[in-house]
Every structure is written in C-alpha cells, then in structure tokens.
Design a protein around this ligand. Structure first.
Ligand SMILES: [Zn+2]
Length: 314
C-alpha cells in the first residue's frame, strides 16, 4: 500500500451547531480544499469569523454550496459576499443553492445599493433529483436530495480518477514506443511482436479517487444510500440523541443512530456527526449511541479538520 501526501483533500469544520449558536458551536459551515480547489459548504452566521480563526483567506473561495434556506445554513452569506466586495474581489464566484437564494441576494444588494465588484455565477439546484452540479478535471459535485421541512440538498464531492503512471525502468527495458504510452496509462495490455505484455508490468496503479458527502439537514432517509455508496468520509447531521427521537421526527432531523444506520448501509469508511441541538453539551454521547451501529465515528467540533488520505491499493 502506497500513501501519497501531496494531493490535499481536507475538510475544515467551521461550524457544527444547529439553529441556536452556543459559545462552543457556530451554525453550519465547512471549508474544503481539494487539490487547491476551494469550496465553502453552507455559510451560517459567523462564518467570516470562523474563516479568520482558522486562517483561511476569504479570497480563496471559488465555490459556495448552500444546502437550504434555514437561517443557520446561509445567514452568513450576505456578510461574506459584502466583505469580498470590500476586499475588491474580481474573480467570479460560483454559488449553487436553492432558486430563492438568488432572489434574496439580488434584493439585498439592490436595496443596499451595492454593486458587487465581482460576478456571481448562480446555479439553481433542483432539490428533487440527484444531479451533477459541477465538474472539472479535478473533481465533481453531485447533489443529494435530502428529506427536511423545506427543500434541502446534500453534496457529494468526488475526486476525478487519475491515469496509471508508467514504470520508467520497465518501459526502457521493453523498448515501449512513446505512442503506446496513452494506451498504457489507461490500463490496456500491449501486444508487441505478437507477445502480450501485461499492463501491470509497465505501470503503477492509479490512486483511488476519494470522496466526501455532506448530508445536513435531513431526517432518516434511505434513498440517499445509493448516491453516497462507499464514500470515504460521510458528514451526517445528528441533531438529537435517542432521548429526543420524537422531536427529531417532528422537525425532520436525525439522531446519532439514524446517521450511523445511513453510514452502515452506504458502506462509508468513516462517519462525522454534527449539527447538534444547542441543548447538548457532552458530545461523547453522540459517538456512544452511533457506535452501537457503526464503529468509525467522530462527533466533530468547530475547528476540527479531517484529511482524506490518498491511498494506492496494490
Ligand atoms: Zn434546517
């Protein structure tokens, strides 16, 4: 097994609280660096200060994904956009979110007489079906329709697969012509002078593409399982413990056990819990309850970071 350290895929928890902020927890926001692509998921009130605290430059962010229009998931966005304007941003900012978010932003900036220094490229999310929202040569983002009181979408962030790399010594030894390299990198065997040369003699396997799923807010919803199957890291909301199961149902939220069941069904490698109700102080109870179903679980705190290692399984 080879482990690569150079291609970063890191999730920063900027806020893991729910509707009411506490001194320990800010409302939802996460910042992701995937090979120098910089994403912000949700932008609760206080996100700017959390970015400052975590030493993340506002100007780096090129993509913003907003799950839904409950205040604890987006009320920091107007503030952040205003700051970017004050900082003289010129780069276009892509925002993916519910249709009405665009109306809210437009009316705010119109009423406040602000002409932003940069362009917003707004992408409306269809909350009813899973769709590819964005892709480039590094990564892609797919929507995850969630089940909440209002339209709500989670996000699956996946790295794009890489080509196999050439074993230089073997290439020289077998005198492989350059025009065959592309074929080799794609995993094909070669036939030279009527002899088959197996691909793995000439190339190293490509690292396994990594993935992260963000699922907040939602009640227990099994239909998301096929979308997030085999995800490396799953963040699933756990607003309540079992003692508030009825409340979870009523408010379209999940318990730690609900989150663990989804992690198990989807064969996630690791589960992160968050979006706790302000009534809870001791987060170890969340891990304990989830642990009865799924072992690899962490109840996150603001300021935590999680890196998904690039692993080449041979
Ligand atoms: Zn909500």
């Amino acid at each position: 097994m080879r482990v690569f350290f150079y291609m970063i895929f890191k999730i920063h928890i900027l806020g893991c609280g729910s509707a009411l902020p506490t001194l320990q927890r800010n409302p939802t926001a996460q910042y992701i660096n995937l090979q120098e692509r910089h994403l912000l998921i949700d932008c609760g009130e206080g996100t700017q200060l959390q970015l400052r605290l975590n030493k993340i430059k506002f100007s780096k962010i090129d993509f913003v994904f907003i799950s839904h229009l409950h205040g604890d998931h987006y009320l920091g966005l107007i503030g952040l956009l205003s700051s970017l304007h004050l900082l003289g941003r010129k780069k276009t900012l892509s925002i993916f979110g519910p249709k009405k978010l665009n109306e809210i932003l437009k009316s705010h900036f119109e009423i406040s007489g602000t002409f932003l220094s940069f362009k917003i490229d707004f992408h409306e999310i269809n909350p009813n079906k899973s769709m590819l929202l964005f892709e480039d040569n590094i990564f892609k983002v797919t929507s995850i329709p969630l089940n909440h009181r209002i339209e709500c979408t989670g996000f699956l962030i996946e790295e794009k697969g890489k080509l196999r790399s050439l074993k230089k010594d073997a290439i020289q030894k077998h005198k492989i012509p350059i025009e065959k390299f592309h074929q080799l990198k794609q995993g094909e065997d070669l036939v030279i002078n009527e002899t088959i040369i197996k691909n793995d003699l000439l190339t190293n396997p490509s690292p396994k593409p990594r993935s992260y799923a963000f699922c907040s807010d939602t009640k227990y919803e099994e239909s998301i399982v096929p979308i997030i199957e085999n995800v490396d890291l799953l963040y699933h909301e756990a607003t309540f413990l079992e003692n508030k199961r009825e409340r979870a149902k009523k408010t379209f939220h999940s318990t730690a056990i609900d989150a663990a069941k989804i992690a198990k069904l989807s064969n996630a490698k690791k589960l992160l819990l968050g979006h706790y109700s302000a009534r809870y102080n001791d987060l170890s109870e969340f891990e304990k309850e989830a642990n009865s179903i799924f072992k690899n679980v962490i109840a996150v705190k603001d300021g935590d970071t999680f890196e998904i290692e690039l692993i080449n399984e041979e």
